[in-house]
Ligand binder design. Sequence first.
Ligand code: PLP
Length: 487
Amino acid sequence: MCGLSLVMATINLSSGQPPENLLPYDLVQNAANNLLSGKVSMGHSSPPLAYGDHYDYFSKRIASFLKIESGRESVDSELIVPIAGVSNGLDLICTMLCRNLTRRGVAFVEDSTYFLSISLLEDHGLLVLPLPTDSDGILIEEFRRILQKLKEDDSLVPLLLYCIPTFHNPTGRTMPRTRRIQLLDLTQEYSLNVVADEVYQFLGFTEYLPFNLILDPKPNTSLTIQSSYPSFASISPSYDHVMSISSFSKILGPGLRVGWIEFTSHRQKNLFDSLGVIKSGSSICHFSSYVAVTSIMCPDDLIPGSFSVDNESQSWRDSCPFRTHLNALRTSLALKYSTLISSLQRYQLEYLSPCDSTHEFIIEGHPRLSSRENPEFSVVGGYFIWIYLPEWIGDSESEEDGEKKRKVMTSIEFLDVSRSPPYDLSFMLGATCRTLNSSPHVSRRYPYRETIRLCFAKLEIRELEEGAKRLCQLLKDLQPTGPAEKG
Ligand SMILES: Cc1ncc(COP(=O)(O)O)c(C=O)c1O
């Protein structure tokens, strides 16, 4: 191999962390100071260092934030509870739903999904089953068939669907409204709880993309371009089986460990309140939850006695420092995303045979390089780019091909784990984001190509360019000697 620049250390495209230079320490510090010095008016809510028995201050501000940020008409603050991040929220919901199970519960997830959610669900003894997806999300008829089949198995009980509807991890996809409604209708019909992980819902940046990014000129008409997407829980009051969980991890800082659950019924909220851990300790993250919501407020609203949802909505857009921060975050993500995409496109052309589709990799949502069925451009946001590796890696019909594939995947895995020179590149293998459970209930009929997940959020522009170059060089060095080999 040749031509690799060795000046940069390992390029870590695998870690899904926020960019360090955009963690707003000043906002959080001011908020903590204001809270601790008693400058903030919080009505009848528990003071910041007491037990959080009454956390109205938190719920009302989250309701107001959701209302303004995602353009909703109204948000019921009584259905919002604080949690210590999405992970904690999912764990608490599982505890809540698994309490009186007499049979083994089944949790459905998208194939592929957030890799750490799988072990979290399994911690509760749940059987985690993958659902086939396309570029719009879960395939409804496949899901229906699986649910129908499960009815014949009296050792299992379908308990919940865990999904990531907006700027999905790892694929980056956003589920269009029609698919959301179909999914909610189906799950309601089968009395299945839906837990929507909305951790990236405020990180849409289609509008912030630089001009030079070559995109399909026809936006997918079933998706609206927005920077913040309304939660799954807000789709319609006729669904009371949905719980949306979100957090400040990607928009303020994960170290705060603050998020919220938005329930769709008081029945669910009461079940949550009756958990032992909530009865004993009250709000799970009382102080930090107050710090988080105070950080996103406009300074004017901190004046004692001035807080009201309406006041906040008036001053929010123009003068709120958090808004400036959020816009800077989206602008930065848009630039990083477009850098990685255009660098991948450039080095793909340079290093891999552009005329031979078996040598090409496909970027999810990017039709110019794609031969997939649904080639429309979709909205972009979140942290990740999902890549389908060249066909010669995934296809292994013959024994010889199978052997080749194993060698290639072992090399990739080896590089991934050891970050060995000369590539010094780390990314996440798609297989990490899949549950290994196979089940007679789940078919494997849908096509599968080897995949990798690249996170562009944390790295600098130069590192992203270099990472794309190293990845294409790696694929070039691993590919079979000529198209003829593939037949
Ligand atoms: C889809 C998804 N859910 C949840 C989390 C973790 O969220 P939190 O820090 O709020 O627990 C992540 C973090 O990478 C994620 O990508």
